[in-house]
Design a protein around this ligand. Structure first.
Ligand SMILES: Cc1ncc(C[n+]2csc(CCOP(=O)(O)OP(=O)(O)O)c2C)c(N)n1
Length: 590
């Protein structure tokens, strides 16, 4: 039987003189780029790459579902600032990972996805597991709407160039995922030794020229009611110190988006809080009455802008808007903009701080007292719940126990639901970057998986996924991955036996929560997630009284095993001081 000699590769063990198998050169290259870990799941198209990974210094974290791997790579990227690297099989592997990659894309997270594809020489013959119903060899296009670029590599000689482009593009400008889809025989092909010579160029981030910086500072200093509005770009650009320095220098209050949470220390007297539907009244009101807003690293998204309705968060005009963002396409999208600046948040803010030296701002009157009063007034609606003994627990009590137990530099990774909205609105964050959340795509299932990548990036710091029972049970195989990868993370499951946020919305508009509750034979259906965790060999703790949660968290943080803590919780809605247009859409008939 003939076993060797198909068109691209010679399957004999030895490479021709002066050549080396592409997959080995690829993993050497990834090492050179500083890649420490690849997340992924195997398939027949990628075992050539797996063999090389296994012989490299790079860690491979195998998951039980590609979406988990994608979210874990995303979490790793958020916690390090480096690109996450994901490996998937073709067909179902690629499609399973799509949600996770799209989630990273919508939050501007750098990621390189390497997928195996069919043998290059079977192009057009529709081999096993290829998606090809409308065009031959087309499956990499599935990623096109959310990747910065999708590459298909059919010739081994192209692989070095494409890999360099992928890492360059993923990290430059507005970061995001890039797909490199590799015909499986390319991994096995011989390439001349040292084929991977070129590394991505260091990029000087675009900044502000002096005259523009001076103009913006002058406008801020003269404005009567200015606001600095910080988005995720301030956090990902590691620009929080510059933001605080600018706010202090010109005495300007700071509001932020969901992904901007943590941009200023919780106790900072100029911190207003989050804007929008789940924002705070003082933040929404101050923004709405501002005469000038300087927005940095944000796309002024719908949820944070109360569906752009001028009655709730931003009223632009008459408010004047200066918008600084890495992506020109975001400027002027939803609001008339007096000045758009395409720049990196850190360089831009540093230039503004420089320009503000010696500038005396207009007096802001009793601004700091008003902020303190506004924050206190809103908190008084719910802060008594922080000590509530009620059981099933109040969500606020869960937050208070979490804040007390987790060190300030510990990571809180949320999913979607009360966990995300409540933490963004009410939970104090003091160390920038410790709040990690899915914003743009808001994918249920993100938190339980992303925490794995976060913990891997910072093994010495606490990492807790605060998740709903819906989000946790979307893919509980994360517990197996945490066990295998020895990642002692905590999943604190806020268990209300429902897709609670949507159940609440439906109930408010339609008087019932059809299709949103967890039920069996008409009765509430509670899964024993703690027992499930124990069946994986992990720790599982069921909370039976509110005062058990604090000690359970402390024990879990001290343990070297992953822990699921299941906290039965009342399905109480998160307060919504802002507006969401969907509430005007629903119609109830007979
Ligand atoms: C993949 C995905 N499907 C559906 C949704 C819509 N969605 C938003 S919140 C939510 C409920 C989440 O339930 P749970 O995790 O139990 O948290 P809770 O709302 O109860 O706090 C759903 C289904 C989503 N965001 N992502």
């Amino acid at each position: 039987m003939q076993t060797a000699g198909h068109p691209l590769t010679d399957t004999s063990a030895t490479s021709a003189p002066g050549t080396r198998i592409a997959a080995y050169q690829l993993t050497d290259y990834l090492e050179r780029l500083g890649v420490e870990v690849v997340f992924g799941l195997c398939g027949h198209t990628v075992i050539g790459l797996l063999d090389a990974l296994g012989k490299s210094r790079i860690r491979f974290v195998t998951t039980r579902h590609e979406q988990t791997a994608a979210h874990a790579a995303d979490g790793y990227a958020r916690a390090t600032g480096k690109p996450g690297v994901l490996m998937t099989h073709l067909g179902p592997g690629l499609t399973n990972a799509a949600t996770g990659v799209a989630n990273a894309a919508l939050d501007s997270i750098p990621m390189v996805v390497i997928s195996g594809d069919i043998q290059s020489y079977y192009h057009g013959r529709h081999p096993h597991q290829e998606v090809n119903l409308h065009q031959d060899a087309d499956q990499f296009q599935i990623y096109r709407p959310f990747c910065k670029r999708v590459y298909r590599v059919d010739r081994a000689a192209d692989l070095p160039r494409v890999m360099e482009r992928a890492f360059h593009l993923a990290q430059s400008g507005r970061p995001g995922p890039v797909l490199v889809d590799v015909a499986m025989d390319v991994f096995s092909a011989d390439l001349p030794v040292d084929s991977f010579t070129k590394v991505p160029a260091p990029i000087a981030r675009p900044g502000l020229d002096r005259a523009t910086a001076a103009g913006i500072v002058d406008a801020l200093a003269r404005a009567e009611r200015p606001v600095l509005y910080a988005g995720g770009g301030v956090l990902s650009g590691r620009a929080t110190a510059e933001l605080a320095a600018l706010a202090d220098a010109l005495d300007v209050p700071v509001a932020h988006t969901l992904m901007g949470k943590g941009c200023l220390h919780e106790q900072h007297p100029l911190l207003l809080g989050q804007t929008g539907f789940w924002g705070t009244p003082i933040s929404n009101d101050t923004c709405r009455h501002a005469d000038l807003i300087v927005a940095i690293g944000t796309r002024l998204a719908e949820a944070n802008s109360s569906s752009w309705d001028p009655r709730f968060t931003f009223s632009i005009p008459p408010t004047r808007l200066i918008h600084i963002d890495a992506d020109a396409a975001e400027i002027g999208r939803n609001y008339p903009t007096e000045l758009g600046v395409v720049a990196d948040a850190k360089t831009a803010l540093a230039a503004l701080v420089d320009a503000a030296k010696g500038v005396k701002p207009r007096s802001r009157g009793r601004l700091r007292e008003e902020i303190a009063r506004g924050r206190r007034a809103f908190a008084s609606n719910w802060d008594h719940q922080w000590s509530s003994d009620q059981f099933p627990m109040r969500p606020e009590r869960i937050l208070s126990e979490l804040r007390k137990a987790v060190p300030e530099d510990g990571f809180i990774v949320t999913d979607v639901g009360w966990n995300k909205n409540g933490v963004a609105q009410q939970f104090p964050i003091t160390v920038p970057g410790t709040f990690i959340t899915p914003s743009g795509l808001a994918t249920m299932g993100f938190g339980p998986a992303a925490v794995l990548g976060v913990k891997l990036a910072h093994p010495d710091r606490a990492a807790v996924a605060l998740v709903g029972d819906g989000g946790f049970s979307a893919n509980p195989s994360v517990v197996a991955t945490a066990m295998e990868a020895e990642l002692p993370v905590i999943w604190l499951v806020m268990d209300n036996m429902a897709f609670g946020t949507i159940a609440g919305l439906e109930s408010m508009h339609y008087g019932w929560s059809f299709g949103c509750m967890f039920e069996r034979c008409g009765e509430p259906y509670r899964v024993d997630y703690a027992a499930m965790a124990r069946s994986f060999g992990a720790r599982g703790v069921t909370i039976e009284a509110a005062d058990e949660l604090g000690p359970a968290l402390t024990e879990a943080l001290a343990s070297d095993l992953p822990t699921v803590i299941q906290a039965p919780m009342e399905n109480a809605p998160t307060p919504t001081p802002g507006h969401w247009d969907i509430n005007d859409v629903y119609r109830r008939g007979e």
